[in-house]
Ligand binder design. Structure first.
Ligand code: TRP
Length: 345
């Protein structure tokens, strides 16, 4: 079974990406019955960055290093570049005849992104129709399940409609209606930023990046929002809304206590002490830094290797993309034949 996922290359990846999607990709990669494709969706990123292609091209490189350094294994997983896959340019030509403007206007993901990006009245047609292009990303691989962020579910729903409509219109069963899969754990689904205000995001400048140095990580954790009323160590502290405890919920396990904080058996004990008073913020922050460093240090090491070997990275992308071109082309040829556009064979 092929499983396709993708990212828009608009910046380096952070801990939110790690818990929200990269971990589950590693699971798929290591499960025997899946062939994982990760698509770097540079065409999609260009739909609202047409004047700044260099930013996208740089990010394609950065994101590839992020994948490889967290353990995406090029011998098992295909990393491919969207703009180099011809089927993804051709399929939307057919799909766009099956989608109405009003249906696109009602797509909740698109609606909220248009608002966020302040296009006002000037939404580029390419951006407006990206859900059709994304349907092509997915259907070109006939991937039955698509691991995505929660915010992407309406786009997957629209892809299902396009698959259904194509099959009905041309009396075929070519396309599989894909199912979107989001992480089970709610805190992992939308990891909050270090400011505690909202989701970790580049535009809010509240992220910890997979490529951040130890010094940066330390500084960011030390600046994390905790409980503003927890002034003296002896004061009782609040767990709710406390970013450090939120991250401990997501990242810590009992073995971390053994190693770094043996005075406590587990997170429940630590939380109780904090709530009762007598536990300072610096201590819990240092604990979190240890946990994050245990995760990030090997990632940094792997990154160094790939940074020093750009030729290897290029070959990985070429190989993954070639595989993607072949598979998607088979579906494209079938789709054209089903419509009747096979004039020469
Ligand atoms: N729209 C997705 C995002 O912003 C990225 C993406 C592009 C994607 N093509 C895809 C995700 C295909 C899954 C499958 O995160």
């Amino acid at each position: 079974m092929i499983i396709l996922t993708g990212d828009r290359p608009t910046g380096r990846l952070h801990l939110g990406h790690y818990v929200g999607s990269l971990i589950s990709r590693l699971d798929y990669q290591n499960s025997k019955d899946c062939e994982l494709f990760i698509m770097i969706a540079d065409l999609q990123a260009l739909t609202d960055n047409s004047h700044n292609p260099q930013k996208i091209i740089t990010s394609v490189h950065d994101v590839t290093l992020d994948y490889l350094s967290v353990g995406i294994d090029p011998n098992k997983t295909n990393i491919c570049i969207q703009s180099q896959i011809p089927a993804i340019y051709e399929l939307p030509m057919f799909f766009s005849n099956l989608v109405t403007i009003s249906r696109l206007e009602r797509n909740p993901t698109l609606k909220s992104e248009i608002k966020q990006k302040n296009f006002n009245e000037s939404v580029p047609v390419g951006f407006f129709t990206y859900p059709i292009s994304q349907a092509a990303d997915i259907l070109a691989f006939n991937s039955p399940i698509i691991p995505v962020g929660e915010d992407q579910l309406p786009v997957i729903e629209q892809t299902r409609e396009i698959a259904r409509s194509f099959n009905r219109t041309y009396n075929t069963a070519l396309f599989v209606e894909p199912k979107g899969i989001v992480p089970k754990n709610e805190k992992s689904r939308r990891l909050i930023g270090i400011d505690g205000n909202s989701k970790m995001s580049k535009s809010l400048n509240n992220g910890i990046y997979l490529s951040d140095t130890k010094e940066k990580v330390t500084k960011k954790v030390m600046s994390m929002y905790t409980d503003p009323n927890h002034i003296n160590i002896s004061d009782p502290g609040k767990i709710e809304g406390n970013v450090v405890f939120y991250y401990l919920d997501v990242f810590s396990n009992d073995s971390h206590f053994d190693k770094y904080l043996p005075d406590y058996k587990n997170l429940d004990e630590l939380k109780k002490h904090y709530q009762n008073g007598g536990l300072g913020d610096v201590k819990i922050k240092r604990f979190l830094i240890n946990i994050l460093e245990e995760l990030l240090e090997p990632i940094r090491e792997k990154r160094k290797y790939y940074e020093a070997n750009p030729q290897i990275v290029k070959e990985i992308l070429e190989k993954g993309t070639k595989e993607a071109v072949e598979i998607s082309n088979q579906i494209l040829v079938k789709a054209k034949k089903i419509i009747g556009l096979n004039y020469f064979n």
